[in-house]
Design a binder for this molecule. Structure first.
Ligand SMILES: [Zn+2]
Length: 401
């Protein structure tokens, strides 16, 4: 790389859709924007700038359009990657869709002396929603420095201190009773984490960012698995994101596919099925016991209504049919370990209309105990679907076998 005595910006003019939108980077990134960035990044006011076309390439830029909404600012031997917010913040994550690409380009570049920044351009729409704030905090955690922070976000963009801290923020801000999130982070035991990440459409941006932040925070003793969850098409995360995650090296990436599910079904009666978990997250949202509202992640499990042990022994079903029943989100409820065990042992019973009861021949002490820990007497009615009724029927028609 050329040693630069005077700071120099090199910026690709064209965005992916500039020809359609008529918006180019030399229009968005004005002298006053560059002046502010230059002072902040280099401490100097004077700079050179070159807006370059698609065919230009150097150590930092490929012969393509502007990927990652980036400007490269070179000064002395330092390359600063500055990613710019989108001019629209209208959709759920339209304002940050370029961020994973910017991160990937920064991370993959072999130059040693480099820094990563984010600059807020004026935008239409609200970029101070809880969703955006969560994403900015992930960016900060992953290594972005914010050059200018809008007053509405002032003081709020702090890095997460641990993976548990991310999970906590998610629970506090998230839409926790429905499966609207693109990504769920689950803690199964100390140092055991699972990330369920949708990879289709705009979800991939959320999933990528969450993984980068988690990877930065991971401790050597942590075991972290990303389950790529994709029912709509066959795409995984973009190749560049997978490559970066692989080179970060502390998240195991597993694609949920039929092969894994078959193995789980053949080897286990209970449940380590990633697809079942993903379906439950989609349908029921953040995990909490449906019978006592316990939210302690390490003890929440997916409980089958029609048990896997029964499904497996249905000789009339093909393997594919068994798999489909065993992983159906409608065939499950979140329960804490206590309630799951009592449900599996038929100490605790659920009726076809969702009422909770228990076995009649229990001692009064046991009944008192169950009453004291079971705060829900009837399932929320949105869970009592025709499929639920069907699965409860199947469960108890064979319970005596
Ligand atoms: Zn419970």
């Amino acid at each position: 790389m050329l040693y630069r005595d005077i700071p120099k910006f090199i910026i690709k003019r064209n965005m992916q859709k500039s020809a359609q939108t008529g918006i180019y980077f030399d229009y968005l990134v004005t002298d006053s924007v560059m002046g502010q960035i230059c002072v902040e990044v280099t401490g100097r006011r004077d700079y050179d700038v070159e807006f370059v076309e698609n065919d230009y390439s150097d150590e930092f830029l490929d012969a393509k359009y502007n990927q990652g909404r980036l400007a490269i600012l070179q000064y002395h031997n330092t390359a600063s990657y500055i990613s710019f917010s989108d001019e629209k913040c209208e959709g759920r994550n339209s304002g940050i869709q370029s961020v994973p690409t910017a991160f990937n380009r920064f991370y993959s570049n072999a130059h040693d002396d480099k820094q990563l920044y984010f600059y807020f351009l004026p935008c239409s729409g609200n970029n101070a929603t809880p969703y955006y704030l969560f994403m900015y905090r992930l960016m900060k955690t992953a290594g972005f420095n914010f050059i200018n922070i809008p007053p509405s976000l002032s003081g709020q963009i702090t890095a997460f201190s641990s993976i548990d801290d991310i999970i906590r923020a998610r629970k506090e801000n998230g839409d926790r009773n429905s499966g609207n999130n693109a990504t769920y982070i689950i803690k199964n035991a100390p140092h055991e984490y699972e990330i369920y990440g949708k990879t289709y459409g705009a979800n991939k941006y959320d999933t990528s960012l969450i993984c980068y932040a988690i990877s930065k925070l991971a401790q050597p003793e942590d075991h972290i698995v990303l389950y790529e969850y994709n029912e709509k098409d066959l795409k995984e995360l973009p190749a560049a994101s997978l490559e970066v995650l692989n080179s970060m090296g502390n998240i195991e990436i597993i694609k949920i596919d039929d092969e894994i599910e078959r193995r789980e079904l053949e080897e286990n009666d209970s449940l380590r099925s990633p697809r079942f978990n993903a379906h439950l997250l989609d349908r029921l949202g953040e995990r909490h016991c449906v019978l006592c509202n316990c939210r302690i992640s390490e003890i929440i499990q997916g409980a089958h209504i029609w048990p896997v042990s029964q499904i497996k022994h249905m000789n009339t079903l093909s393997l594919d049919e068994k798999l489909s029943y065993a992983t159906d989100g409608e065939n499950g409820l979140w329960m804490c370990q206590n309630h799951h065990k009592m449900f599996d042992s038929n100490i605790l019973l659920l009726s076809q209309t969702g009422e909770v009861s228990y076995k009649q021949d229990l001692s009064d002490d046991d009944k008192d105990y169950i009453n004291s820990i079971t705060t829900v007497s009837i399932l929320p009615q949105q869970l009592v679907t025709p499929s639920y009724v069907n699965y409860i029927g199947l469960r108890y028609s064979r319970a005596s076998d």
